[in-house]
Design a protein around this ligand. Structure first.
Ligand SMILES: [Zn+2]
Length: 141
C-alpha cells in the first residue's frame, strides 16, 4: 500500500546511504508510485517509460538491492514470478487470483485476532506474519 507514507521511496533510498544512480532513482520512482504488485518484467516496462535504455538485468539487480535494503518487499506467490511492493504503514494480507494472477490486498481484524489467539495457545506471541489466500472467481463449479 502506498498511502499514509511519510517519505517517498526515493527519500528512503537516499537515507540508506547507497550511491544514487540513474537506474536506482528510476526504480524508486516506479516502485514508489505503484499501487499494485508488479513483477520484474512489469517494473522493466514502467522503468523504460522513464529511461528507455534501462535493461531487464539492471531492473533485477536494482530491485534485489532495494529488497536487501528493506525498502521494498518481495512476495514469492506460488505459480508466478515474484512480485514487489513498497511496505506500507498498515499491515495487509493478500488474495491471489489463480486465474489471472491479480493480487488483492485485504485486512481482516478477525483473522488478525484469531492468529494471536492460536499463537498464544501454542505459547507464543506473533512477531510477524504473511497470509496469502489463493482464490478463484465464484462463477464456476
Ligand atoms: Zn500488498
Amino acid at each position: 500500500m502506498t498511502d499514509a507514507k511519510t517519505f517517498t521511496l526515493e527519500d528512503k533510498l537516499s537515507r540508506t546511504g547507497v550511491r544514487m544512480t540513474a537506474p536506482r532513482r528510476v526504480l524508486s520512482r516506479v516502485l514508489g508510485s505503484a499501487t499494485d504488485h508488479p513483477d520484474v518484467e512489469e517494473l522493466h516496462r514502467r522503468a523504460q517509460q522513464l529511461d528507455p535504455g534501462i535493461s531487464l538485468a539492471t531492473v533485477y539487480r536494482t530491485v534485489r538491492l532495494f529488497e536487501q535494503l528493506g525498502i521494498v518487499e518481495r512476495h514469492a506467490f506460488s505459480a508466478g514470478r515474484a512480485r514487489y511492493e513498497q511496505p506500507g504503514d498498515e499491515h495487509h494480507d493478500h488474495f491471489v487470483n489463480v486465474r489471472t494472477g491479480e493480487v488483492i490486498e485485504f485486512h481482516a481484524p478477525e483473522i488478525e485476532e484469531l492468529q494471536a489467539v492460536i499463537a498464544r495457545r501454542h505459547g507464543y506471541k506473533i512477531h510477524d506474519h504473511r497470509l496469502v489466500i489463493y482464490v478463484e472467481p465464484m462463477d464456476e463449479e
